[in-house]
Design a protein around this ligand. Structure first.
Ligand SMILES: NC(=O)c1ccc[n+]([C@@H]2O[C@H](COP(=O)([O-])OP(=O)(O)OC[C@H]3O[C@@H](n4cnc5c(N)ncnc54)[C@H](OP(=O)(O)O)[C@@H]3O)[C@@H](O)[C@H]2O)c1
Length: 297
C-alpha cells in the first residue's frame, strides 16, 4: 500500500504547535510581526500574498502587506525595506517574488536585514545553511523535511535525487539533504536541465524530490519500486472544468503511485507546508530578536 502524505494534516499539526510558541511570546508581551511586500500585478503573486496574510491572522501573527506599483522606481522598494528593517514590531520581511525586471533581485535579498529574512535568501543565511548552521531554512525545502519526518522516512544513508536547482527549492533542498544532521545525511544528486539520462538517476533514488516546474514530467517508468516521491511542482494545465484549468505537480501521480511507497499529492502535499514554515520562521525570528525563548515544533 502506498502511503499518501496528507500535507494539510501535517501543516495543521505544526500550526497548532506554533500557536503554543506564539502564546509563549505573548506572555512576554511580544506579538510576532511579518510584513509582506508586493510589487507586482501578477494574479498568482497577489493570491500568495493574501494567503500568507490570512495564515498570519489565523494563528496570531501580526501580518501586514505593503504594496508598491510594479512601475515604481526600484529605490522606492529599497527605501521601504530600510524602513521595515528599522522597525522593532516587524520581525519578518518577505518580498514576494518575482519582482519587476528593473529591480535587482539579488540586491533585494541582500537588503532585507538577515535577522528578518524569513525566506532564508540573504547571502548570510544561505551561507549559514551551507555551513550547517542554518538560522532560517528556506520554507519549501524545510516543509519537505517535515513531511518526510511525519511519514517516518529516514534520509540517513539514502540516495536522494533532487530534480531542479533553483535558489528557492532545489539548491536549498540538496543542501539540507547533505547536512550532517537529522533530515540529512543522504547521498544527494542534484539534477537540472543539462543532466543526461535523468531517468537513470531517479531510478537509483530512494527519495525523489521533483521541482522542475514541468507538468507530470516524472512518471512511474522513471522510478524504482519502493521510492519516496515528493512533488513540489505546481503547474496550471488546461482542463474541462469551470475554471478552465487544474493544478498538477511535476509527477505523474497515477503511474508514480504504482511504484512509490510514499508519495505526496498535488494539491494537498508540499503546497500547504510552504506557508506553514514561513509562519515557523516568523515565530523564530520574533524569538531571536526579542530574546524570548520559545519551543518550536
Ligand atoms: N509547493 C510550493 O509551495 C512551491 C514553492 C516553490 C515552487 N513550487 C513549484 O515548484 C516547481 C519548481 O519551482 P522553482 O521555482 O524551483 O522553478 P525554476 O526556478 O523554474 O527551476 C526549475 C529547475 O528545473 C530544472 N529543469 C528544467 N527542465 C528540466 C529537465 N528537463 N530535467 C531536469 N531539470 C529540469 C531547471 O534547470 P536549469 O537550472 O538547468 O534551468 C531549474 O533548475 C514549480 O512548479 C513551482 O511552481 C512550489
Amino acid at each position: 500500500m502506498t502511503d499518501e502524505i496528507d500535507g494539510n494534516a501535517v501543516s495543521a499539526q505544526i500550526r497548532s504547535e506554533l500557536e503554543a510558541s506564539i502564546d509563549q511570546l505573548g506572555e512576554s508581551g511580544v506579538t510576532p510581526g511579518l510584513t509582506t511586500v508586493l510589487m507586482s500585478e501578477d494574479n498568482a503573486s497577489q493570491t500568495y500574498v493574501s494567503m500568507k496574510q490570512r495564515a498570519c491572522e489565523n494563528i496570531g501573527i501580526d501580518g501586514q502587506t505593503q504594496e508598491l506599483d510594479a512601475d515604481q522606481p526600484a529605490e522606492d522598494l529599497f527605501d521601504l525595506i530600510d524602513d521595515l528593517n528599522a522597525r522593532s514590531d516587524v520581525h519578518g520581511i518577505l518580498v514576494q517574488m518575482p519582482v519587476p525586471d528593473h529591480v535587482d533581485k539579488r540586491r533585494v535579498f541582500r537588503s532585507v536585514d538577515s535577522m528578518k529574512d524569513v525566506d532564508g535568501f540573504h547571502p548570510e543565511n544561505v551561507g549559514r545553511l551551507v555551513a550547517g548552521n542554518a538560522r532560517y531554512k528556506p520554507c519549501t525545502p524545510h516543509g519537505v523535511q517535515k513531511l518526510l519526518e511525519s511519514a517516518g522516512v529516514k534520509t540517513e544513508g539514502k540516495e536522494a535525487v533532487v530534480v531542479g536547482r533553483s535558489d528557492i527549492v532545489g539548491k536549498p533542498m540538496a543542501n539540507l539533504f547533505i547536512q550532517k544532521a537529522p533530515g540529512g545525511n543522504a547521498t544527494t544528486t542534484l539534477c537540472h536541465s543539462r543532466t543526461t539520462d535523468l531517468a537513470a538517476k531517479t531510478r537509483q533514488a530512494d527519495i525523489v524530490v521533483a521541482a522542475a516546474g514541468l507538468p507530470e514530467f516524472i512518471d512511474g517508468s522513471m522510478l524504482s519500486e519502493g521510492t519516496t516521491v515528493i512533488d513540489v511542482g505546481i503547474n496550471h494545465v488546461d482542463a474541462d472544468n469551470d475554471k478552465g484549468y487544474k493544478l498538477v505537480g511535476d509527477v505523474d501521480f497515477a503511474s508514480a503511485k504504482q511504484k512509490a511507497d510514499v508519495i505526496t499529492p498535488v494539491p494537498g502535499g508540499v503546497g500547504p507546508m510552504t506557508i506553514t514554515m514561513l509562519l515557523y520562521n516568523t515565530v523564530k525570528a520574533a524569538s531571536l530578536q526579542t530574546d524570548v525563548p520559545v519551543d518550536l515544533p
